[in-house]
Unconditional design. Structure first.
Length: 307
């Protein structure tokens, strides 16, 4: 009889331990709002949750990169728009100076305004975003464009201090874009190392022609030249615009992916509080019933021993 009581008591302890563990697990889930608190609770689910958390973190990293790249491109677009306005004004002044009726004083005044416009243009090309110069290539900490002048204060050219590389940015797994940071593209180099022809040499030729009031040069190759350089800036701006569109689309996809990942992660790791509370109440009822049964078992065991 005593052996039978020992078996009954052992079963009671096992049931009590099992019910107690269930109650404790439900309490942990309700307090943390998470399905599992350690990987041993459910190794397979824990692995899936870990993978999803990694995906969410990676998505967040790409979101930051896309946002930064998009803002960078928008600042570039604004700067290029301003440069185009400056070039348009310079063209108007070149055309005015090229007319036969424009006198020496008018041409001199035009030259002064053109030099002012060139300086403003260079200031715009030296725009920085978040402490980084947007047209310096990989050299984002050094002022990329520098106006060169002679002893008389006339502009003789532009010096580019940046590199010839764009900036690569990974915007999703295995997908990268190049931010158009190469300032040499804006200089529009078409000459040779011994006879360079670029925006800087054009400005030098323009100021020289204005100083000598060379109507032939002003109405000919210099007027055509400003059109060519203006068109180059329009081309670069269109490339920046295309990149903006791509980044905007990437941002939209990234946001959708974030929503999907967050929802899937929530489905796997977050508890349904209402359902879990009902489970907890049922488990607590079972636990209390086990305790009550244990009390009766112990009382019966004592009486049997006394008899």
């Amino acid at each position: 009889m005593r052996i039978s009581n020992n078996i009954t008591y052992s079963d009671f302890l096992q049931n009590l331990s099992s019910n107690s563990s269930k109650v404790q697990k439900s309490m942990d889930q309700l307090s943390s709002f998470k399905e599992i608190s350690k990987s041993s609770d459910n190794p397979l689910l824990a692995s899936k949750i870990m993978d999803l958390n990694n995906s969410v973190a990676q998505n967040s990293m790409y979101s930051t990169t896309i946002s930064d790249a998009l803002s960078w491109s928008q600042v570039q677009d604004s700067a290029l728009s301003s440069v185009s306005n400056s070039l348009s004004r310079i063209r108007t002044l070149v055309q005015s100076s090229a007319t036969a009726t424009s006198g020496t004083d008018e041409v001199a005044a035009n030259k002064d305004e053109i030099q002012q416009s060139i300086s403003e243009l260079v200031d715009t090309l030296n725009t920085n975003f978040d402490g980084r110069y947007i047209f310096g290539g990989e050299n984002t900490t050094t002022v990329p464009f520098e106006v060169q002048k002679n002893s008389a204060g006339d502009i003789t050219g532009l010096k580019y201090n940046g590199t010839s590389q764009n900036l690569s940015r990974e915007i999703s797994n295995g997908v990268s874009v190049d931010l158009l940071a190469n300032g040499n593209t804006l200089m529009n180099e078409t000459g040779t190392s011994t006879q360079p022809q670029n925006l800087g040499t054009y400005f030098n030729s323009l100021i020289t022609a204005l100083n000598s009031n060379d109507k032939t040069a002003l109405s000919g190759n210099l007027l055509q030249g400003i059109d060519n350089y203006s068109e180059n800036f329009v081309t670069v701006r269109s490339q920046v615009g295309a990149l903006e569109n791509r980044l905007t689309a990437a941002q939209s996809r990234n946001t959708t992916e974030k929503t999907n990942l967050t929802e899937e992660l929530s489905n796997k790791q977050d508890v349904d509080v209402a359902q879990k509370y009902m489970e907890y109440q049922n488990q607590m009822t079972a636990y209390q019933a086990t305790l009550a049964m244990g009390t009766k078992i112990m009382q019966t065991s004592v009486l049997n021993y006394m008899s």
